[in-house]
Write a protein that binds this ligand. Sequence first.
Ligand SMILES: [Mg+2]
Length: 173
Amino acid sequence: MSKIDYDLRKIRGVVFDVDGVLSPTVVPLGDDGVPRRMANVRDGYAIKLAVKKGLEIAIISGGEGDGLAERFRILGVKDVYLKAGMKKELLEEWMNRHGLKADQVAYVGDDVPDRDCMESVGLSVSPADGAADVMMIARYISPCKGGYGVARDLIEEILKAQSLWPVTDVACG
Ligand SMILES: [Mg+2]
């Protein structure tokens, strides 16, 4: 039984915002005035595994940067939208292209620009420290803060519900 109140067996696609979701809201500020990002390696493992197991994964972020694009390329994510203005239009285009219906998609966002997307999918997810406006409409609020395992938490639940999470066969003791 999953802690998420949703039939996770239906989920075929998962979309992530980056800042405040895969990277924390508070990050070091570079001398150039541009905030840096952080990456969670367990999120990375889960995203890579999800791609391998056949889930459609997309990144839709208002942010930009070569490092960001490279990070997701390494993880095997093909659909990466950076400098995204109208996130909902990109989401709909992506869903159409992959033949995904709303109830087959989860969207993880943390702030106002994500609200439209969250209202367009079956499973809307917020980090534990999402903006109040987002937490209010999220179907699932992860116990993890942005950058601290939200993707891992969600993907692990989805893959477990679909019997696709690796099971260790080793007996303890
Ligand atoms: Mg964000």
